[in-house]
Design a protein around this ligand. Structure first.
Ligand code: 13P
Ligand code: ZN
Ligand code: NA
Length: 283
């Protein structure tokens, strides 16, 4: 069965490693990431954005993830990424998601805290993990577009206050990473991660995992980041592999042929990220 990510992430934070959380958009992407986790003997968080939930339907996603969790020897959680609608959150929970993100970071602090508190109340009685965001992560993730000018780092004192007000299980503080591939290197505020981690004991979530150099990931994990989200690099690997097949053979018309290549490419990226996160062998 799918497990809640709460205990998985608490253990990761306590033991100083990070669980990879991978955004998937097709059954093959999901299978590729699961294969990577099995090979690495790593705990796994599968996640889908709101756009993917609308594309596939939460029931389909949950059904596939449930089958994976029954066959895989590693713990697997299914998470809804960056959702602003309580109704869709509830629908995903009903469908079998074991973790949800209420992203109300576009609202002022009090409103964000109030929305988060409500979702925590709904999710808790169902044993579902809740993640929230403070500050604003820049870049593009599906329909979520945050200009550099609007991106804002999380205030450590507000983080502490937010946890007291909401009781949220996991917190994604904006600390300088962004969704998508970076122009150059990310400018991560490590001192800020350290200060936030000193003030709050919940597992912290690192968004924008694509494109962060290995050394920076490791440093962020050491400081308290217990979940790292990876989306863009998986999409690129998947799409490039398919393009490669068609470049070599424009007549190719068997999805099993090009999906096989795509799966392999996604699996390799996922394995490399798990290695960076330090979750290999932690299942
Ligand atoms: P990347 O697309 O940069 O990997 O970010 C993923 C993410 O934060 C999903 O919530
Ligand atoms: Zn994100
Ligand atoms: Na990124």
């Amino acid at each position: 069965a799918l497990v809640s990510s709460t205990q998985m992430l608490r253990t990761a934070r306590e033991q100083g490693y990070c669980v990879g959380a991978f955004n998937v958009h097709t059954m093959e992407m999901l299978q590729a990431v699961v294969e990577a986790a099995c090979e690495a003997n790593a705990p796994l968080i599968l996640q889908t954005t709101v756009g993917t939930v609308r594309h596939l339907g939460p029931e389909y996603v949950a059904a596939i993830a449930r089958v994976a969790s029954e066959e895989a020897p590693v713990p697997i959680a299914l998470h809804l990424d960056h959702c602003h609608e309580e109704e869709l959150i509830m629908r995903c929970i009903e469908a079998g998601y074991t973790s949800v993100m209420i992203d109300a970071s576009m609202h002022p602090f009090a409103e964000n805290a109030e929305m988060t508190r409500r979702v925590v109340e709904l999710a808790r009685e169902r044993g579902v993990n809740v993640e929230a965001e403070l500050g604003k992560v820049g870049g593009v993730e599906d329909d979520l577009v945050v200009d550099d000018a609007d991106a804002a780092l999380a205030d450590p004192i507000e983080c502490e206050r937010f946890i007291e007000l909401t009781g949220v299980d996991t917190l994604a503080p904006a600390i300088g990473t962004a969704h998508g591939i970076y122009k150059g290197e990310p400018r991560i505020d490590f001192a800020r991660i350290e200060e936030i981690a000193r003030r709050v004991s919940v597992p912290l979530v690192l968004h924008g995992g694509s494109g962060i150099p290995e050394e920076q990931v490791k440093r962020a994990v050491q400081l308290g980041m217990a979940k790292m989200n990876v989306a863009t690099e998986l999409r690129i690997a998947f799409s490039q592999a398919i393009k490669g097949v068609f470049d070599n053979n424009p007549q190719e018309n068997d999805p099993r042929t090009y999906m096989k290549q795509a799966k392999q490419a996604v699996k390799e990226v996922a394995l490399a990220k798990m290695e960076m996160c330090g979750c290999v062998g932690k299942a």
